[in-house]
Design a binder for this molecule. Structure first.
Ligand code: CMX
Length: 437
């Protein structure tokens, strides 16, 4: 057993005992009252999940095991003094709840580089069987499902593993799956946009650096941006669509490939991860229709207003939980101000930021008029030369694996049961409301 697994089980067993105790001895404690409005608005604010990897505050934004993004940028190991933290370090933090050393990060980097070597050929065959015009998320998800033939978890379950040991094959599967996602994503990218001219992985590189390398970007600048991108998209508490779907499917003891694939189907929705691609289409159309890359603030306002008047959402703005500017937006803006002060798209993003919150506030119905992570992430990628918008959600997905799959290991450590909320029909809701029509 490697030392990370040893640590995990040492930390995990007593916590699993606490979860059992809470269930058994405090099961009848009322934790919250739930209103009809909450249920009918998609369970907003209803506490119904146990998630330890990260926590989202409406005003402050995300904290990963207690650390904000600015704190992570300071405290997680980096390759260079002025670099960005390595996602391997964030994975370690989310898994074990403590900050990693450089040695810990190297251990994970090397383990992922080793595990990434054994992708079954049929995962690539499945991708190749799809038309190149199929959205990268279709190709990505098909390959993820195809790789479930390799599932340690499925094999251990069929072999009759003890329930309390499920976390172990889950850990093995999660480590394999995370290690392979950059190869799969880069393969799809080069297949669709670079005439199938694939680039071999470089085992001496870190996980995110390798992704940039295999996509065809070898400058230290792009690697730095990719590390940032992979860190900030990694997790956003348990109730967002990709995290919740992964957890829900995992609760049926589905293997990590099935579970993550469910999460990725959710990420592909335009109100969730696909918003990063849609922001780029929105900005591109704005520039095309106005015939300029440098529109006036008034022109941007009119364009945004026309979007709202036609009954569409402005992608990249609003959030189900956040009530302030997303710190993931703020950190990318800070990064762009430092490294890309003259980039056309970043200037446009800032103009949109100047006018859209006010317009959304004027509607009187949008609960959060501020930008989310997707309002700028595509402009950052595009400013570094990664201009193919359809891959942006897939890159979000590679990163999201870090958080949701770590939580899946913890779900099995805690021994969480199958998830089964109660549903009611319309008559039941009408009766509750005393609504007699
Ligand atoms: N543009 C226009 N209208 C918006 C809006 C936006 N950006 N954000 C919210 N609204 C509207 C909603 O559509 C809703 O309208 P109706 O009452 O007519 O149905 C109303 O404002 C109230 O919605 P809300 O309670 O403020 O927001 P929700 O929690 O229902 O939805 C979200 C949150 C993110 C889906 C929504 O803000 C949205 O559609 N944003 C644009 C898409 C986007 O950027 N998604 C990415 C989110 C981050 C991520 O997951 O990656």
């Amino acid at each position: 057993m490697d030392y990370i697994k040893e640590k995990l089980i040492t930390i995990g067993r007593p916590k699993a005992e606490i979860v059992k105790k809470l269930q058994k001895e405090h099961g009848d404690k009322v934790v919250q009252e739930v209103t009809m409005g909450q249920v009918l608005s998609g369970m907003k604010g209803v506490v119904s999940l146990l998630t330890c990897t990260s926590k989202l505050d409406p005003d402050e934004g995300i904290r990963f095991r207690g650390y904000s993004i600015p704190e992570l940028r300071e405290k997680l190991p980096k390759l260079h003094e002025d670099g960005e933290p390595l996602p391997e370090g964030l994975f370690y933090l989310m898994l074990l709840g403590e900050l990693p050393t450089t040695e810990d990060v190297n251990f994970i980097s090397e383990s992922w580089a080793r595990r990434a070597q054994n992708i079954p050929q049929h995962a690539f065959d499945v991708i190749n069987a799809l038309p190149k015009s199929a959205h990268p998320m279709i190709q990505f998800n098909s390959a993820i499902l195809a790789m479930s033939t390799e599932s340690h978890f499925r094999r251990a379950y069929l072999a009759g593993a003890d329930k309390k040991d499920y976390w172990d094959p889950m850990y093995e599967g999660v480590m394999d799956l995370i290690s392979r996602l950059p190869i799969i994503a880069a393969y799809i990218y080069r297949r669709v946009f670079y005439d199938e001219k694939h680039i071999e992985m470089d085992p001496s590189l870190d996980w995110a650096g390798n992704l940039a390398h295999m996509m065809g970007y070898d400058s230290e600048e792009v690697r730095r941006m990719m590390r940032l991108y992979m860190v900030i998209h990694a997790d956003h508490e348990g109730g967002n669509v990709s995290a919740h779907a992964t957890h829900l499917v995992g609760s049926a003891l589905s293997n990590p490939y099935y579970s993550f694939s469910a999460g990725m189907n959710g990420l592909a929705g335009p109100l969730h991860g696909m918003a990063n691609q849609n922001v780029m289409h929105w900005l591109q159309r704005l520039m095309d229709e106005l015939g300029t890359h440098d529109p006036s603030t008034e022109q941007v306002r009119e364009y945004a207003k026309a979007t709202l008047d036609s009954g569409r959402v402005i992608p990249g703005y609003g959030h189900a939980v956040l009530r302030k500017t997303d710190p993931r937006f703020a950190v990318q803006l800070d990064f762009a101000n430092k490294y890309l002060p003259e980039a056309t798209l970043i200037k446009l993003v800032k103009k949109v930021y100047d006018v859209v919150p006010g317009l959304l506030e004027e509607t009187g119905k949008v609960k959060n008029p501020w930008p989310n992570v997707d309002a700028i992430s595509g402009s950052l990628l595009s400013s570094y030369g990664i201009t193919e918008y359809p891959v942006y959600t897939m890159l979000f997905g590679v990163s999201r694996a870090l958080g949701v799959l770590t939580q899946l290991i913890w779900d099995r450590l805690y021994g969480l049961p199958i998830e089964r909320p109660k549903s009611q029909n319309l008559d039941w809701f009408k009766e509750k409301a005393g609504f007699n029509h």
